[in-house]
Design a protein around this ligand. Structure first.
Ligand SMILES: [Zn+2]
Ligand SMILES: [Zn+2]
Ligand SMILES: [Zn+2]
Length: 236
């Protein structure tokens, strides 16, 4: 392993240790990501495969995809978006599936650290932007964007993510009426349902304080009878 790669790995490790330290005593409403790249893949390759369905890509296309306003450089917002840290909320696992919980906020302090860290790594001339040339030089040396413990970098909200990670593949062209129901469809439907209830509750709570309901009460409001038949498919 080249020295520069060891340094890169080392600094990413330090980043994770610092982040984990901060995570130890944080707000329960803050989302915590636990997924890490599969064995043998860098974070960048994992992101490209998982979020863009691209097994093969070149640095030019990676840059074009993530330079959102086609400015010719990455700014702080592009870095946040790249790592999925500009989402207003993280519902479930963030990929359109998962269980609903109350930790939906992005950790802003950690996001700032991600931006600072990435700029230290890539913004060689220190002008607070990562010019396309800076990224291409970094990529040419074989470097990839590192895993920073914030997940795969889902770019969109949980509806679009469900489409991206499930619908487009299994339903869009071949089964738009969902004759074949998958675990993912049920999970997504329930997630959607719980999330809506939670937010209705929040609005009501804001309007008339005192109507706080417990998680159990909330769950009891999900009536299995109300789940559309097409989603049951022997699961209940
Ligand atoms: Zn992306
Ligand atoms: Zn995604
Ligand atoms: Zn499905």
């Amino acid at each position: 392993m080249k020295l520069s790669n060891i340094l890169l790995l080392g600094s990413s490790l330090v980043f994770n240790i610092v982040a984990a330290d901060v995570a130890a005593n944080k707000n329960p409403e803050v989302n915590v990501e636990v997924e890490t790249p599969p064995e043998g893949l860098s974070w960048e390759e994992w992101h490209m495969q998982h979020e863009h369905q691209m097994k093969e890509y070149d640095p030019e296309s990676f840059f074009a995809l993530h330079d959102i306003k086609k400015k010719g450089y990455f700014d702080d917002d592009d870095i946040l978006a790249l790592y999925g840290l500009n989402r207003g909320e993280v519902v479930g696992k963030g990929d359109g599936m998962g269980e609903h919980d109350s930790s939906e906020l992005i950790d802003e302090e950690n996001s700032k650290r991600v931006v600072t860290f990435i700029k230290k790594l890539l913004d060689v001339d220190d002008d607070s932007r990562i010019a396309k040339e800076e990224y291409l030089a970094f990529a040419k040396k074989g470097h990839k964007f590192p895993d920073l413990g914030v997940g795969v970098g889902h770019h969109a909200d949980f509806e679009l993510e469900y489409e991206l990670h499930h619908w487009n593949k299994f339903h869009r062209d071949t089964d738009p009426d969902v004759k074949n129901v998958h675990k993912e469809d049920i999970e997504h439907e329930l997630l959607h349902h719980f999330h809506e209830i939670e937010h209705e509750e929040k609005v009501q709570r804001g309007a008339s304080k005192g109507t706080v309901i417990t998680d159990d009460e909330l769950e009891s409001r999900i009536d299995i009878k109300n789940i559309p038949k097409k989603f049951k498919n022997g699961f209940f």
